[in-house]
Design a protein around this ligand. Structure first.
Ligand SMILES: *[C@@H]1O[C@H](CO)[C@@H](O)[C@H](O)[C@H]1NC(C)=O
Ligand SMILES: *[C@@H]1O[C@H](CO)[C@@H](O)[C@H](O)[C@H]1NC(C)=O
Ligand SMILES: *[C@@H]1O[C@H](CO)[C@@H](O)[C@H](O)[C@H]1NC(C)=O
Ligand SMILES: *[C@@H]1O[C@H](CO)[C@@H](O)[C@H](O)[C@H]1NC(C)=O
Ligand SMILES: *[C@@H]1O[C@H](CO)[C@@H](O)[C@H](O)[C@H]1NC(C)=O
Ligand SMILES: *[C@@H]1O[C@H](CO)[C@@H](O)[C@H](O)[C@H]1NC(C)=O
Ligand SMILES: *[C@@H]1O[C@H](CO)[C@@H](O)[C@H](O)[C@H]1NC(C)=O
Ligand SMILES: *[C@@H]1O[C@H](CO)[C@@H](O)[C@H](O)[C@H]1NC(C)=O
Ligand SMILES: *[C@@H]1O[C@H](CO)[C@@H](O)[C@H](O)[C@H]1NC(C)=O
Ligand SMILES: *[C@@H]1O[C@H](CO)[C@@H](O)[C@H](O)[C@H]1NC(C)=O
Ligand SMILES: *[C@@H]1O[C@H](CO)[C@@H](O)[C@H](O)[C@H]1NC(C)=O
Ligand SMILES: *[C@@H]1O[C@H](CO)[C@@H](O)[C@H](O)[C@H]1NC(C)=O
Length: 394
């Protein structure tokens, strides 16, 4: 392994040492930090132009993979056909260490060809429309994008078009909406399910991302830009694309991780991985993106996924050796993710955040730290020095 270059990325500006290249494994290390976000407290007049939301006191997270260690929902955008999806958990797993790692257990599974849908619920934003919140979550019809009154299994070979989206949650229903309840406050009338939680978790996919066959026009927002990504499960239950930032915990940093995402029409066959968390950055919209990408294969089925290990390593990979067995041993998974040469792997180290949790959960403490993170120049300077050091290994 040869040390090739360091790229420092920081708040507001970002410089890249070299044009991004293709890899088969994109890894992030030092993932997880002490931080907070503000959950939605109330949603007023959801169906009117006057719709507005308030947010609650900061809610804290800490530890490996935080905040993605919380429950997440899994989102898909076309052009895409999903053949298989699986969610696994493990009590302990370290990338590159078979000895201290335990097995992975499959906790949720979808197989299009057998129409198996164990512990998965397909939802989509096709419910009541709101000028501020957008369309509400509903059960998806078997084509992924229509509104259904009951749960349906996504039909085999369903091809999502550009802009079309559906999501996968577990089959555990949420309790009533409310502060302090396990699903938090959410939009009334939606089908509300828990996502997939746990520090040490893995999502595997078998999918196609064929080139869009319709022609481009200004009616598309994401023409030929497929994606698979994770959101803090609170986000879709309040609003995925709000015009008022208070109507989702996204803007306060509750967490998004993009596993395979086309960013623009210029790089339509490049799949980037990005953390949209405040781990050393200010611009949440840009997020912390690896400067290497995975190639989108537009003509054959792709297999791969993302592993969040117990030590804060996140590994996104594609491999035709990916299996969806009920149990996956550490040897099998490490055999898979260590089977890439160094020129097929790209690694990004996330910043170490020095914030400490407040000794009490009082509102004043919580907000003072939040404001420090969001507005203090010295803090950014410190962040710049210690921040995102990308090491390109060849
Ligand atoms: C956002 O929420 C905060 C706290 O609940 C509130 O003070 C503020 O007015 C809200 N902003 C908007 C635009 O509604
Ligand atoms: C994994 O999920 C299963 C089924 O929900 C659960 O019983 C088990 O406790 C989970 N294991 C971990 C380590 O979270
Ligand atoms: C959830 O999925 C599991 C696994 O397939 C199944 O055993 C259970 O009955 C399902 N529960 C509901 C409420 O559908
Ligand atoms: C999906 O199904 C819904 C409900 O049946 C239908 O309205 C919609 O047109 C379908 N979408 C596509 C792309 O076929
Ligand atoms: C379904 O998934 C959820 C979320 O990971 C988990 O809590 C639950 O135990 C799973 N159900 C089964 C039957 O494994
Ligand atoms: C497309 O996205 C990539 C990855 O984020 C970025 O490096 C590149 O500058 C973008 N290109 C354009 C034209 O915006
Ligand atoms: C589609 O059109 C939009 C402008 O409407 C443009 O920004 C985008 O790059 C185009 N996509 C492709 C793949 O040509
Ligand atoms: C996976 O297999 C397909 C053929 O099914 C092939 O086209 C593709 O290059 C393989 N992908 C990788 C990453 O080896
Ligand atoms: C997966 O299960 C199949 C059959 O159950 C078995 O033949 C195969 O060896 C298993 N693969 C792995 C990687 O464990
Ligand atoms: C873990 O086991 C796999 C399969 O035996 C092997 O390929 C890999 O090198 C092992 N990793 C370590 C760090 O021992
Ligand atoms: C390891 O890589 C080689 C060459 O790319 C491939 O033939 C083999 O199937 C891979 N093995 C695993 C377990 O991924
Ligand atoms: C997070 O905060 C706790 C409590 O203040 C502290 O013990 C721990 O070291 C912190 N972790 C990091 C990564 O800063």
């Amino acid at each position: 392994m040869l040390f090739q270059g360091i790229v420092l990325a920081t708040a507001g500006f970002c410089q890249l040492a070299a044009a991004a290249q293709a890899f088969q494994k994109v890894e992030f290390t030092n993932v997880g930090f002490n931080g907070s976000f503000t959950p939605v407290k109330s949603i007023k007049n959801p169906d009117k132009d006057s719709c507005s939301c308030t947010v609650d006191d900061a809610e804290w997270f800490t530890g490996s993979n935080a905040p993605i260690s919380a429950g997440v929902s899994v989102h898909f955008r076309g052009p895409l056909t999903l053949h298989k999806f699986a969610f696994y958990n493990s009590s302990e797993f370290s990338i590159g260490d078979n000895r201290t790692s335990a097995d992975w257990n499959r906790v949720a599974y979808y197989d299009a060809s057998s129409q198996t849908a164990d512990n998965v619920t397909f939802l989509t934003n096709a419910g009541t429309d709101s000028p501020v919140l957008g369309k509400a979550l509903t059960f998806a019809t078997s084509n992924g994008t229509g509104a259904s009154s009951s749960a349906s299994v996504l039909a085999e070979n369903t091809l999502l078009s550009s802009d079309d989206e559906f999501s996968i949650f577990s089959n555990i229903t949420c309790p009533k909406s409310g502060t302090g309840k396990s699903c938090g406050v959410y939009r009334s009338g939606i089908t509300a399910y828990h996502g997939f939680s746990g520090v040490t978790k893995m999502f595997l996919f078998e999918f196609e991302m064929p080139t869009e066959t319709q022609s481009n026009s200004s009616s598309f927002s994401y023409y030929d830009m497929p994606a698979i990504w994770l959101l803090n499960e609170h986000i879709p239950r309040t609003s995925q694309y709000p015009t008022d930032a208070n109507c989702s915990c996204w803007a306060s940093g509750c967490g998004e991780f993009d596993i395979f995402e086309v960013m623009n029409g210029t790089e339509r066959n490049h799949l980037y991985s990005t953390f949209h968390t405040f781990q050393g950055i200010e611009d949440l919209g840009t997020g912390i993106q690896a400067s290497g990408y995975i190639s989108r294969d537009t003509s054959s089925t792709m297999k791969g996924g993302v592993v969040f290990d117990s030590q804060g390593n996140t590994v996104v990979f594609v491999s035709n050796s990916t299996t969806f067995n009920e149990t996956i041993t550490p040897e099998t998974l490490n055999g898979l993710v260590e089977n890439f040469s160094s020129d097929e792997s790209y690694s990004t180290q996330l910043a170490s955040i020095s914030a400490t949790l407040p000794s009490t959960t009082s509102k004043s403490n919580a907000f003072s730290l939040f404001e420090k993170r969001a507005g203090n120049l010295w803090f950014y300077f410190f962040t710049f020095i210690t921040s995102v050091a990308h090491t390109l290994l060849i």
